[in-house]
Write a protein that binds this ligand. Structure first.
Ligand SMILES: CC(C)(COP(=O)(O)OP(=O)(O)OC[C@H]1O[C@@H](n2cnc3c(N)ncnc32)[C@H](O)[C@@H]1OP(=O)(O)O)[C@@H](O)C(=O)NCCC(=O)NCCS
Length: 176
């Protein structure tokens, strides 16, 4: 895994994943180019051997109190291995660096993988927007993260990881 700031040259690689990940409501090339160019946004790509395998962006105005996760997606073959969580955390770091205290996002109500990721990073549901995603007529779940609470979530997940490692290393659990 290699995370770095996105550049305009990444547009084609990003759009390939965008169109495959969001077949009915992908952003246009023009919209994505504008996202990458905006000084208010921070976009990151993950790459392997020079090929973009995932991307994500956060909108955080310098000195603003709030930020928005704009999008995040990985090539289907790369999902489920922790890369999405690492990229999301890097975007939250970027929002913190710009002074944000809370972060918002919308997620499709029929996307349990993404919702599970956000919940496990400390986001909470604060509302629903009926039929927000068209043409599929799927609701948006609106979520919010208080960045001040983020340290607690990270500390909790680290201690859970350590406890899992202990269980595995003493052989008491983790056997099939
Ligand atoms: C959402 C997405 C970016 C997550 O990235 P990822 O690398 O697959 O996720 P991770 O491996 O880091 O998993 C992080 C958590 O997400 C959740 N998750 C991931 N895949 C899941 C699945 N298939 N079912 C349920 N939960 C899942 C889990 O909570 C997981 O934590 P765990 O591994 O400790 O159980 C990726 O699945 C993706 O690109 N999806 C298509 C595009 C998309 O829907 N983007 C979000 C738009 S809001």
């Amino acid at each position: 895994m290699s995370l770095r700031a996105a550049t305009p040259d990444d547009l084609a690689g990003i759009m390939a994943i965008e169109q495959a990940s969001f077949p009915t409501d992908a952003w246009s090339v023009e919209a994505m180019a504008a996202e990458l160019a905006s000084p208010h946004n921070r976009y990151l790509v993950d790459e392997v051997d020079g090929v973009v395998i995932g991307y994500g962006g956060v909108r955080a105005l310098q000195g603003g109190a709030d930020a928005d996760i704009q999008t995040i997606a990985f090539d289907a073959a790369r999902r489920g291995g922790g890369l999405g969580r690492a990229l999301l955390r890097a975007l939250l770091d970027a929002a913190s660096e710009r002074g944000a205290r809370e972060v918002f996002l919308e997620v499709r109500a029929d996307n349990p993988a993404a919702e599970g990721l956000y919940l496990s990073e400390g986001f909470e549901e604060i509302g629903r927007r009926p039929g927000y995603y068209q043409p599929d007529d799927v609701d948006a779940i609106v979520m919010r993260l208080d960045l001040a609470n983020r340290g607690n979530v990270l500390r909790r997940s680290l201690s859970e990881e350590r406890s899992d490692e202990t269980k595995l290393s003493d052989g008491t659990e983790g056997q099939e």
